[in-house]
Ligand binder design. Structure first.
Ligand SMILES: *Cc1c(COP(=O)(O)O)cnc(C)c1O
Length: 404
């Protein structure tokens, strides 16, 4: 078999079905306004929710990190890759999100990959056992892959309909009499295609009722949701009540890299021993540790950054609706603008790009057929004028295409 010939067929298929992912190189730092092909574009597609990706305080801290602790550590954590600053950042994250302890990973993808199997694939004194994971249908790829590493002989995986608490309870009730060792409910805090928040208050209640354990990936929520940006648990009134929180430092918290798992002290101690992407992969570099610490410090000191994000989000959501666009209602800076047919979303994102707005469209198979959309992501980095200019472009393009 000729591998290259076969994969080339697949690549052609991706192009033909318009699912090929093209990369557009930025010629500037990430920000409210970026440069592409020599032109300035208003950025509505990044996860730079707080505008910290190019913040002077964060950049200065990262440079300090290199100056004081070097470029790299050239080791995993337990050999010689733990500097005092790694422990300091872990403490800071725990304090910010209200947990006992935190373990850092090179990414949240790695954190999620390293969580489930570290529990389910270990006997822990049980000769015969079975665990079960209940997973939201729209969970992030890294949660799905993390669960794929669990051995099917010892782990049952059950998918509940998106944010459907009746469906989740139906599954939990069915399993009442089965003798599962661990029951884990796994959900994103915020879902990236819809911008909706998981009903964590109800999930916590169900978990209590059925003696399950709650895992929440708060990547799109840490620094974003809740009055002080402490995430979905803050927004849903269950701060401090989630068993396991994972998250990324690659979105609101500076947008560079890094992820974490946070929870009870002994759980984190255990993960340091058993989680394979932690044990067998390099430690985060000092620049990132310092940058992330500066980002958390900024967030805790200066409440206006999160406030500005919420204000910008509220403003954009209202104004885009006033123009006549249909959006998925909510409170998150992810604002899906519903267009229906994939071709409309494709044409409209191209037209907006020409009109000075950087935005991405999503269509089948990423979202269901007939639910093609543009996904706007609002940021504290945007000025009121940037948002108004973007809205003007939406109005012009929308009218021309007869969408509004
Ligand atoms: C972005 C994201 C990740 C991946 O985070 P990285 O740190 O970039 O690996 C994981 N889970 C969710 C829900 C995300 O949105």
């Amino acid at each position: 078999m000729n591998i290259l010939r076969i994969i080339n067929e697949e690549l052609k298929k991706l192009e033909a079905t318009k699912t090929y992912k093209y990369e557009v190189p930025l010629q500037s730092p990430q920000g409210g306004v970026v440069k592409v092909n020599g032109r300035k574009l208003i950025m509505l597609a990044s996860n730079n929710y707080l505008g910290l990706s190019n913040h002077p305080v964060v950049k200065k801290a990262a440079i300090q990190g290199i100056k004081k602790y070097g470029y790299g550590v050239a080791s995993v954590r337990f050999i010689c890759g733990t500097q005092d600053i790694h422990l300091e950042l872990e403490k800071k994250i725990s304090k910010f999100i209200g947990t006992e302890d935190t373990i850092l990973f090179s990414s949240c993808f790695a954190a999620n990959e390293g969580f489930f199997a570290s529990l389910t694939n270990e006997k822990l004194g049980f000769e015969n056992y079975k665990d079960v994971i209940y997973s939201d249908r729209l969970n992030h790829a890294s949660i799905i892959d993390g669960q794929r590493l669990c051995r099917p002989e010892t782990t049952d995986k059950k998918i509940y309909n998106h944010a459907d608490m009746n469906d989740l309870e139906r599954l939990l009730a069915e399993d009442m009499d089965k003798n599962y060792r661990f029951k884990i409910i796994a959900t994103d805090g915020v879902f990236s295609m819809e911008g909706d928040l998981a009903p964590l208050n109800e999930i916590v209640d169900l978990a209590k009722k059925y003696n399950a354990f709650v895992f929440v990936d708060d990547s799109h929520a840490v620094g974003v949701c809740g009055e002080t940006g402490r995430g979905t648990p803050e927004a849903k009134g269950v701060f401090g009540k989630i068993d396991i929180l994972t998250g990324t430092l690659g979105k609101a918290i500076g947008g560079a890299a890094g992820g974490y798992i946070s929870g009870k002290k002994d759980m984190i101690k255990y993960l340091r021993q058993k989680s394979r992407p932690y044990t067998f992969s390099n430690s985060l570099p000092p620049a990132i540790i310092f940058g992330a610490m500066a980002a958390f410090d900024l967030l805790m000191k200066d409440k206006s950054i999160v406030k500005r994000l919420h204000k910008n989000t509220f403003y954009f959501r209202n104004e885009i609706k006033k123009l006549g666009f249909k959006i998925i209602e909510g409170e998150h800076p992810i604002v899906p603008i519903m267009l229906g047919e994939a071709s409309i979303a494709q044409d409209m994102s191209n037209a907006l790009m020409k009109a000075g707005v950087y935005i991405k469209g999503l269509w089948f198979p990423v979202v269901p057929k007939g639910e093609a959309r543009l996904r706007a992501q609002i940021s504290a980095a945007l000025s009121k004028k940037d948002i108004d200019n973007a809205l003007d472009a939406f109005e012009r393009v929308g009218k021309k295409m007869k969408v509004i």
